[in-house]
Design a protein around this ligand. Structure first.
Ligand code: NAD
Length: 259
């Protein structure tokens, strides 16, 4: 363990210098984040072997519109404790570093596949949520919105599936398998086409169509522990933990740490 700590430090320093230099050389950088940026906040991702959610469930069976419609009790019994744990999580140093980068003008926006709102809670202002979020739910008939907590409380009190006053069925504002993506996806496509650099953080890039975004960017840089679908096309990549690397990059951008 001690050997690892000694050998990792120079690598982090080198990578932070390289990534800061990439950001400084780009006029328009956008960031694409996935579940991996929130693992250091205690939220499991989908595909990390052993701890990823897909190690335990078949997501299509549980996280699809069909699953929610056919067996709402099973759907909510699985999802509500998980979503409540997302809401209890706190932003980690990687989320905070991205908020700092936005304040410094080093990045234009964060496009996220996550539904945990941790970018906004860390201070990021320009966030595109292509898979929705857990702040609200909505009626599928009249589109009236209600706080997610109210929806969850009603399900847990036995109102399952929960109904709106108009008689329609309520559902969470997260994108499930078989759903269309949110309106933010179109904006994300524009950002991808018009950026100089897309920095991908914590995503295996296996989920479509979000994984098409980097293909539209001029250049792609990746910070991801495991392999991704775009490794071959990236101009730069790191296998470091986002929460360890990104704060060092902010230090470099701030002119500290010898940058
Ligand atoms: P994924 O699980 O397919 O990939 C996550 C990647 O992050 C993995 O390749 C892993 O090696 C890497 N990773 C894990 N911890 C890391 C760290 N500390 N630093 C750097 N890399 C790290 O996730 P995905 O590509 O985002 O696709 C999964 C889908 O699951 C997304 O659509 C997302 O909406 C949803 N999801 C969201 C959350 C959340 O909101 N926090 C959590 C789980 C799943």
């Amino acid at each position: 363990m001690r050997m690892e700590a000694i050998t990792m430090q120079p690598q982090l320093e080198r990578e932070s210098l390289e990534l800061a230099s990439l950001l400084q050389g780009s006029n328009r950088t956008v960031v694409l984040t996935g579940a991996g940026i929130s693992t250091e906040s205690g939220i499991p991702d989908f595909r990390t072997p052993g701890s990823g959610l897909w190690s335990h469930v078949n997501p299509i069976e549980i996280l699809s519109v069909t699953a929610m419609r056919k067996d709402p009790k099973r759907f909510y019994d699985f999802k509500i404790p998980l979503w409540r744990s997302f809401l209890a999580a706190e932003p980690n140093p990687a989320h905070k570093a991205l908020a700092d980068m936005e304040r410094l003008g080093a990045i234009r926006c964060v496009i996220t596949q996550n539904i945990d709102s941790l970018h906004q809670r860390a201070g990021s202002k320009h966030v595109l949520e292509v898979h929705g979020h857990m702040r609200t739910g909505r009626c599928q008939k009249c589109s009236r919105r209600l706080p997610f907590e109210t929806l969850a409380d009603r399900v847990e009190a036995g109102d399952c599936p929960p109904h709106c006053e108009c008689g329609g069925v309520l559902r969470p504002d997260v994108v499930l398998f078989e759903d269309m993506l949110t309106g933010d996806f179109e904006k994300a496509v524009q950002e991808a086409f018009s950026c100089d650099l897309m920095l991908v953080i914590g995503s295996s890039l296996e989920v479509s169509p979000a994984n098409s975004l980097p293909q539209n960017a001029r250049r792609v840089a990746i910070v991801n522990l495991g392999p991704t679908q775009m490794d071959h096309g990236a101009c730069w990549r790191s296998r470091s933990k986002a929460g360890e690397l990104l704060p060092l990059v902010v230090e470099r951008l701030n002119g500290k740490a010898g940058a």
